[in-house]
Design a protein. Structure first.
Length: 376
């Protein structure tokens, strides 16, 4: 399933700062010194005294001969994933719709798993470790995809590749002021350190940090999904709504009013390959295209084929067949339908009425099947 492309989706997504934003890079001089890069950073910021470096800088990278601030794709992916987890928990309770990636098995010195650490919310990665190493199950890629929680199915875990790739977000800094070495200059703010805010500034100590100011637009070209089920796009649709409504915050210092952003989809294209071309106006997920029950528990597949209103024509180019949704009418109709496949008001949708936690991923299954001498 992962080796051949059946469908893919590309989303051009823009994030606009609605207030100061800081995606953190720790510039604590002690740690820079340890890493042997203090002099480099003093040169970048054009300062002679290390005290004049910002305590916390904005992450930067080289682009078009300038060193520019950017939003790493991994930061955005982390935020989107935790929003997806929150949505799943809201709809399905704390353990049934998503695992908790931070919930890990604890072991004693002999490597026995502690019973108390095995809960229903255990991360999928650790559940698969229990199945593979403790129960000695033959765990193939079908079982892993079939049994992973909905959030890991989309964002991946140690046993499963992520379906979604999020590139770094860039903005236009061609006319922005720079220090002498093309290192883009950002405004600085001053604060009084609180340990929670920064590990580098001690409580009560003045420190300063860089921010990007409001109305800066960062473009993510493209957020990429491959071999997707339709409900996965529906789940993303809810998260994009939250971005639009400025509910999602990004980066550092959220409790201090930093990180307010809005997000908007500029365009979305959905491509099918070769013989998988759907009839005009129809959208199909991988569950419809692949027709292999080993990837899904019986009855655990969502609706994988829908008819769309306001659907643009499908354009074929060789073996690629693409819908491109550009107008707001097209985008709204698309996500309106897709969101219902994840969760609809009448209590239908994948998370409401299709998905349930497989028995093989439950606490009961582990406690029944792990041999006694491997448990403590
Ligand atoms: Zn999971």
């Amino acid at each position: 399933m992962l080796k051949i492309a059946l469908n893919e989706c590309r989303i051009v997504f823009k994030i606009k700062t609605e207030g100061p934003l800081l995606i953190k890079q720790d510039l604590d001089s002690e740690s820079l010194e340890k890493r042997n890069i203090l002099n480099d950073y003093m040169r970048f910021y054009n300062v002679r005294d290390k005290k004049d470096l910002p305590s916390i800088g904005f992450v930067r990278t080289m682009r078009n001969d300038r060193v520019v601030p950017y939003i790493p794709g991994s930061s955005l992916k982390g935020v989107i994933r935790s929003y997806a987890e929150r949505i799943a928990r809201t709809l399905k309770g704390t353990t049934d719709g998503t695992c908790n990636p931070f919930s890990k098995i604890e072991k004693d010195k002999q490597g026995r798993a502690k019973r108390s650490s095995i809960g229903d919310d255990l991360s999928c990665s650790d559940k698969f470790i229990l199945r593979k190493e403790y129960i000695k199950e033959d765990l193939d890629s079908y079982k892993v995809y079939r049994d992973a929680c909905p959030i890991c199915k989309l964002f991946g875990c140690n046993f499963l590749k992520s379906r979604i790739e999020i590139p770094d977000g860039y903005s236009d800094y061609t006319s922005a002021p720079t220090y002498s070495n093309q290192f883009v200059r950002l405004p600085r703010r001053h604060g009084v350190g609180i340990d929670r805010f920064t590990s580098s500034a001690k409580s009560g100590v003045l420190f300063n940090y860089e921010v990007e100011e409001e109305n800066k637009v960062f473009s993510f070209n493209d957020i990429f999904l491959t071999t997707f089920e339709l409900w996965q796009l529906g789940l993303l649709g809810y998260i994009f709504d939250d971005f639009k409504d400025q509910i999602v915050k990004l980066g550092f210092g959220k409790s201090r009013g930093l990180g307010k952003v809005s997000g908007e989809i500029e365009s979305i294209s959905i491509t099918y390959f070769g013989r998988y071309k759907p009839p005009d106006g129809k959208l199909m997920g991988v569950g419809k295209l692949i027709n292999d029950n080993r990837y899904w528990h019986k009855d655990f597949m969502g609706t994988e084929e829908i008819n769309l209103s306001h659907c643009p024509p499908i354009i074929s180019n060789g073996f690629r067949h693409t819908y491109k949704f550009v107008t707001s009418e097209q985008k709204e109709a698309l996500f309106g339908e897709l969101k219902k496949l994840w969760s609809a008001e009448d209590d239908t949708g994948f998370i409401n009425s299709v998905y349930t936690l497989p028995h093989e991923m439950s606490k009961d299954y582990f406690l029944e099947n792990i041999p006694e001498d491997k448990l403590v």
